[in-house]
Design a binder for this molecule. Sequence first.
Ligand code: ADP
Ligand code: MG
Length: 692
Amino acid sequence: MISWNDPIAFIRGLTAQQRKAAALLGCETVGQLLDVFPRRYDDYSRTVPIAEIQDGIPVTVACRVVEIFQVKTFRRSFILLKAKVADASGTIDVTWFNQPWLLKTLLPGTDIFLSGVVTRRPRLGRGFTSPLWELNSPETLAAGIVAPVYPLHGAVSQKMVRALCKAAVEQVTFLEDWLPETVRIHVRVSPLDQAYRQVHRPHSMQDAEAGRTRFAFGELFLYQCALRIARFEADVAGAPQVLFDTNFAKQFVAQLPFELTDDQKKAVWGIIQNMSTKRPMRRLLQGDVGSGKTVVAAMLSALVYRSQQSAVFMAPTDLLAKQHFETLRRFLLPFQIPILLRTGSARILVEGGEERKLTVDQINQRTLQGRIVCIGTHALIEKNAAPPDVALAVVDEQHRFGVVQREALAVAKRHDGLVPHLLSMSATPIPRSLALTFLGDLEMSIISTKPKGRQAIETMIVVGDRGHEKAYERIRSEVIAGRRAFIVCPFIEESDVIEARNVEAEVRRLQNGPLKGLRIGMVHGRIPTREKDATMQAFADGGLDILVATTVIEVGVDVPQATVILIESSERFGLAQLHQLRGRVGRSSYKSYCFLGLADDGPAIGRLRVLEKTQDGFVVAEADLNMRGEGNVLGTQQSGEVLFKTARITDVNLISTAKEQAEKLAAQDATYQSYPALYRLIQIMRENQHRE
Ligand code: ADP
Ligand code: MG
């Protein structure tokens, strides 16, 4: 037997090619290999006689090769093989493309398994096209079984990974199960070793699902335990108490240029209640884009200042930090509250009615004095750039789950050991059950009504050239009326070069055609941050009419004069993301328009109709969840370290069971230290989240 942490090379019977494949997958040890989980399974367990094959349904046949030959084609680079295979019940045709070596492998008379789907094809007739095949031997990897489908990179084939994992599962000595036995038995999930076998070598689809369930539960349970420890640590440390001045709160509300909505008032009140205790607040403020979350944070920051302490306000990018700085500055101006902007490119202090650019030393000094409102990016807390008396940390636009997760696991302490109150603001409506997993026992505020005077954003799917002409017409007329437009090109995974080229080509096309004469700017991932910020600023200030961008604009830019957004290849975006993008317009009392561009009529239209019909982010989020459905794991790739590899958004029952069990165990041992294996994994999970 070989052990879990042995190098891949220790697995017996591997070919050099298979070892190379493991390296390409990024696996060095046997354990790392087995922790590559299949994305899904192909069920080839039904072996049927050839005569009974139904078109369109995946099947496996056990058959013998009767003949195989190459068909001449006109293109030399294209190789077409045709074969006839037979069993006792009949014969069927098979076609393979560009696999000339099969001529030498599948000699007539060879017994094989073929797995695939039979279809009737124009020109080729009825038969299998490029089916999986294997020699008929007890060592089969896919045919005749439930075959795992692994996530792959480039040069590695499914067959290769299946062979690797099969050998590994058979030879390895599994680690001891870290899940406390009482929990495992109560929840009735497989022991660890069995689960690995079920996942990599399932006997049936149910078997595979049982294995996945065990890992999903494990991930969710670990996460819940980590959340409870984080909460426990925070509670033990305690928070700075913030005493509120009701008169001041009234004055603040009175000087606002608008009246707060009921939901905004309720949110402020709920947060005030939390912060006047010594228990660190962990609260999520959810509100659709444009619902007015910033003013809530501004008011709380002012109240914190009034209680002789500091607040920090963190945005995901320098540009957004700058925008928030300008906004808060306006809200705080009447009260002479000092406010500081600290980003990679700017250090600005507004204090005593005057604005100053600061050196690094100066800003550090001023920060140390405390009693100030600081605005910046995440670096504020991470790089210890927060004032020593920070009582409230606001984290804005946390609609990437990964970031919310990290926030929940991290416990940033001040020098005196106290933990500041935390307010996460999110524009993505997260269903309550999910929010609970992400942030544990957090408090939640929801702003569901938009400020008065907002009009619904007219949303329309536009197909092909004729549809687009409608969108361009609207863009031109809005620009003439003094407004601005966003045009969004799709994000292209894994190639920002292609993505950048697309954006550039689109700008040229628009400049020479449909939007000739308008002032068009562009931003994409290949443009340096400084230049990008300048372009966005020019667009915000009115120096540009049109901004052609990738999804970099998704996060929070506030340009009230932008009234049109055209989203190209809209079928490539999730509904929630489209809703988020749509929220870039409709931020004023002007009527706004959202065009969902499609190249042609396709199946995507049905899905996109949801957006034509509703403006309600919760409805969109729900529809999005339902449509993404299975195979959709929790968490995102964007956050680097993936927290959940097997748990899915649809595992609602597992989520609540994991929470219950974590609580039950914590009742006996608040920090889980009497379960050393579990404790170690929790620590690793928390460290990984911090490291990002
Ligand atoms: P988000 O929740 O997306 O961060 P913002 O805080 O940027 O939304 O608010 C969007 C716009 O609505 C801002 O221009 C803001 O000044 C304005 N706003 C906020 N609250 C109200 C209100 N109660 N009445 C009218 N306008 C408001
Ligand atoms: Mg915002």
